[in-house]
Write a protein that binds this ligand. Structure first.
Ligand code: ASP
Length: 637
């Protein structure tokens, strides 16, 4: 039998969501028709819940069905060590639909793969909460009419809040604009922003608005919109023209809804939960600017939403929670109607990568089911060969996290090499034939019996003396332009950009007898995205980006996508006064309209060529040098 699982909001098309809303408008009919008569729903909750579980159970009973429930899975065989896979298999023979909440990202997807009945995700870790999004959209529609063109401010813990992740994708699909107003350090993850950019053509611009000071004072907002094809996120100078462009854009914004969320303490490491958090209260209510802005919240609230808002007509979160029953009645009817064997999945068909070897790449998200309980999940990744800097990325099918691939191999000939853009077509071919291997490290490739491919002869195009001169030249220019050392922040793109940033800082120190602050940005890593390198004092307060003059440093600029990602991380984390770009080498071939301010050397090169900067810090025993060579394609090797 074929059926529909609702794991992600992407499992429903816009039309289907509209159909569900129509059904939710006529629940008296669904009740009269007893559409769930004779059916049983099982609710398995590995995490606390009030609204989601009770409204699902109420919905099922109102439809004439019945419910078996485990509201605290600690009292189930889970306590004896039963896997989610086994639990799903067993319970699916007791019920006709399963509603599951779990603390691991991707756990519900894994359970769906082992169950014999439809599965509905009631929240999985920090990943998604699609049925909350249905309630949110339904509420918004009831209050504001068409979703297209609305501007919704999402506020609070945008990093860990699963309701936020499902909601932004849905808002994007319906053509709404999103303003993100994150608590410090809890910004919308980069993979979410890039998906909005890639799939929905959203671009983002920082918003400096005094209005939002009624809610948060420490961080700035970002405006995500598909409408204005502005490249504001790419600006590197906060000059007066950009300032006034931003000011005009912001003054024209009509905030239709404010979606507040609580700090997801249970998903944070100990010691990282401190710091100020936005709040909505009297100040917000008094602002003329928000006179028609409805306030929403998935609940539970802690202290980010003052009870004063409850009495105001704009506070609609209890209504939002009440809509949980009709919306979930409608969703259950939708799912039951598709248990007739004719159901077609709504998701686009993706070509998945599965390792041809006994072990393969590991998801970088430590809370992903493939890491926490690998036995319950079959590791699968979407291969994205258009990452920043033409990087090869894997998207985990369970938790959606993306991470960068360095090494690929050919399973038949047992050869491996570093991934490069010139291998993009070969890679597609291997993927189609299930001959693609991907490794986390050379050690892993060699343990699996793979040998390296060869590349063409290397030509040194810069030696250590020239590199030293290049770094000096960059430092001199930077020193001329940025005399205020307190404002200056040298930020390298990890890893070679970080080493160059440190070298530039050392040069500046020599000239000015004071060391500027140095940090690094990591794109698609698994830790913090921006961190301080020097001064290396563990006791220091977190690095401040606001109002700084940032010099972003990388070794080579090519397509410009890496720098673009770094800029978006920077602007998401604070609004610097300016960002200037320093690179040792500019290879040309830009895909993103970015121009470095400081360039060590221009080296026009073809796409089949690889330019590698070899630094002592990385290569250990080698001298600094820049080499160029062509990849000998696996077919020619
Ligand atoms: N109830 C929502 C959830 O389960 C929101 C929250 O807990 O903050 O994700």
């Amino acid at each position: 039998m074929i059926w529909r699982n609702i794991i992600s909001i992407a499992d429903l098309t816009n039309d289907e969501i509209e159909q569900i809303f129509e059904l939710a408008d006529s629940t008296h009919q669904l009740r009269a028709d007893k559409v769930a008569a004779g059916r049983i729903m099982a609710t398995l909750f590995y995490e606390p819940s009030t609204r989601t579980r009770l409204s699902f159970e109420s919905a099922m009973q109102r439809l004439g069905g019945s419910v078996v429930s485990c509201s605290d899975m600690k009292s189930s065989s889970t306590a004896k060590g039963e896997t989610v896979a086994d639990t799903a298999k067993v319970v699916s023979s007791y019920a006709d639909v399963l509603v599951v909440r779990h603390h691991w990202d991707g756990a519900v997807q894994a359970m769906a793969e082992h169950a014999d009945v439809p599965m509905i995700n009631a929240g999985d870790g920090s990943h998604e909460h699609p049925t909350q999004t249905l309630c949110d959209l339904y509420t918004l529609k009831k209050e504001k009419g068409d979703l297209k063109g609305l501007t919704v401010v999402i506020c609070g813990d945008l990093k860990n809040g699963r309701t936020i992740h499902s909601l932004v994708y849905a808002l994007a699909r319906f053509g709404a604009n999103v303003v993100t107003l994150a608590a410090n350090g809890m910004e919308l993850p980069q993979y979410v922003i890039e998906r909005l950019q890639r799939e929905y053509q959203y671009s983002l611009a920082p918003v400096a608005s005094d209005d939002l000071r009624a809610v948060v004072t420490e961080t700035d907002a970002l405006y995500l919109t598909p409408k204005q094809p502005h490249q504001l996120a790419l600006f590197t100078q906060m000059d007066s023209a950009v300032q006034s462009q931003l000011a005009t854009m912001v003054s024209g914004l009509r905030y239709d809804a404010f979606y507040m969320t609580r700090k997801q303490k249970e998903r944070m490491k100990e010691g990282t939960t401190g710091g100020s958090y936005p709040t909505i209260g009297a100040d917000f209510l008094r602002k003329q600017r928000f006179k028609d802005t409805v306030v929403m919240h998935p609940l539970p609230r802690v202290d980010e939403l003052s009870p004063e808002v409850d009495k105001d007509r704009r506070g609609i979160y209890f209504k939002q929670a009440a809509y949980g029953v009709p919306v979930r009645m409608a969703l259950l009817k939708f799912v039951f109607d598709r248990m007739d064997g004719k159901a077609k999945p709504a998701k686009k068909t993706v070509q998945w990568f599965q390792s041809p070897d006994p072990f393969g790449p590991q998801c970088s998200n430590a809370n992903c089911i493939t890491v926490t309980e690998p036995g319950s999940a079959t590791k699968k990744f979407e291969v994205l060969s258009n990452g920043p800097g033409a990087a090869l990325l894997l998207r985990c099918s369970y938790c959606d996290h993306r991470f960068k691939v360095q090494l690929i191999g050919h399973a038949k000939s047992k050869r491996y090499c570093a991934y490069d853009i010139s291998l993009a077509d070969t890679l597609k071919d291997w993927l189609k034939k299930h001959e693609l291997a991907i490794f986390n490290s050379i050690k892993e490739a060699e343990e699996l019996g793979y040998e390296p491919y060869k590349s063409g002869p290397q030509r040194t195009i810069m030696d250590d003396v020239e590199i030293l001169a290049g770094v000096r030249e960059l430092s001199q220019q930077i020193a001329r332009d940025c005399s205020d050392l307190d404002r200056l922040l040298i930020l390298g793109i990890r890893s070679k950009g970080s080493y160059l940033a440190q070298r530039i800082a050392a040069e500046l120190e020599e000239r000015q007898k004071r060391k500027p602050e140095v940090g690094e940005v990591e794109i698609y890593g698994s830790g913090e995205e921006i961190r301080r390198i020097a001064p290396a004092d563990a006791e220091m307060a977190p690095m401040v980006l606001k109002d700084r003059t940032i010099i972003l440093v990388d070794d080579v600029i090519y397509t410009g996508r890496t720098v673009n990602s770094a800029l978006s991380i920077i602007f998401r984390s604070g609004r610097p006064q300016s960002v200037r770009l320093a690179v040792l080498i500019d290879r040309g071939h830009r895909e993103v309209p970015l121009k470095p301010n400081y360039v060590g050397k221009h080296i026009p090169s073809s796409e089949r060529e690889r330019v590698r900067v070899k630094l002592r810090e990385v290569e250990h025993d080698e001298e600094d040098k820049v080499v160029i060579y062509s990849i000998i394609g696996p077919t020619e090797a």
